[in-house]
Design a protein around this ligand. Sequence first.
Ligand code: NAP
Length: 297
Amino acid sequence: MAEGNKKFTIQNLFNVEDWVVVITGGATGIGLMMAQAFANNGARVYITSRRQEALETAAKTWGTSLAHPKGKIIPIQADITEKPSIENLVKQVSQKEKYVDVLVNNAGISVGSSSVEKGHESAEELAKELFSEEQKNWEDVYRTNVIGYFFTTVAFLPLLSAASKARPGHTAAVINNTSMSGITRTTQHHYKYNVSKGAAIHLNTLLAQELRRPGVKVRVNSVAPGIFPSEMTTNESDETNKSQIPVDESYGEKKGIPAGRPGREEDMAQLVLAMAVNEYLYGQTIALDGGYLLEHP
Ligand SMILES: NC(=O)c1ccc[n+]([C@@H]2O[C@H](COP(=O)([O-])OP(=O)(O)OC[C@H]3O[C@@H](n4cnc5c(N)ncnc54)[C@H](OP(=O)(O)O)[C@@H]3O)[C@@H](O)[C@H]2O)c1
């Protein structure tokens, strides 16, 4: 095959063999889907979580039967809301690796909801409902979904930049898992989560601006998912750390999703791999939402 044709093969276009990937919150939900996408194509993937047990289940269940012989899923316990814990994570990765090709800031939380429909009744009812929200919940959500992304990225900069320097033409990537909730103008009954995701999208833009400079050379992009099965969306996961969303024929209409279904693991895998390997993608937020934002702009 001519070289001019060979470069267009999937194996070449999406080659992540021997890449080093760190995924926060990688033991369940979307983070685990991403971890499988990289590890099944030959990357060494470090997954983090606060729960050691969830990490071990993910690594044992999915890391021991990978499609690529070089792939690995390696658990490291870490809390992205604690700077010493982030430092320890970086230290542990740096003891095993010279660089990190991809950092996925994925660990996120959503706490509580409010009945905004009370506004149909009166200003007093709505004010009572919203003022009863716990201030600490707002702080916790922001601490994880925004501040955690910032400090984790910053702490990994030397290892990310080292990946760009190690291979000519290669640029390390940060991928921020934000949300369509940070784009839609509806509160979806959770103001604080949507505000945090809006902030994470702006953080993505600011980091992209600052980290593109020649001395750093790190690309920053974000995926803004619609509804995917996870512990966050279903409140549980099974003995393999996977979650299920029941779907019937009216699902798409009820939820306002033209695709008629929640996101699949494959949908997420295709986009995260593309964001990692495409060296020309800078500072973008790509909604992966089955068309949700078309119905809920
Ligand atoms: N699923 C969706 O429909 C959807 C849509 C849009 C965006 N997202 C985003 O996708 C990301 C992943 O969420 P998910 O839906 O896959 O839910 P999930 O299954 O609950 O995954 C989140 C993971 O983050 C970890 N985590 C939470 N706080 C952490 C912390 N302080 N330090 C380290 N790890 C932490 C959790 O593990 P531990 O509790 O063990 O720490 C958990 O494994 C989140 O940022 C979420 O906002 C999800």
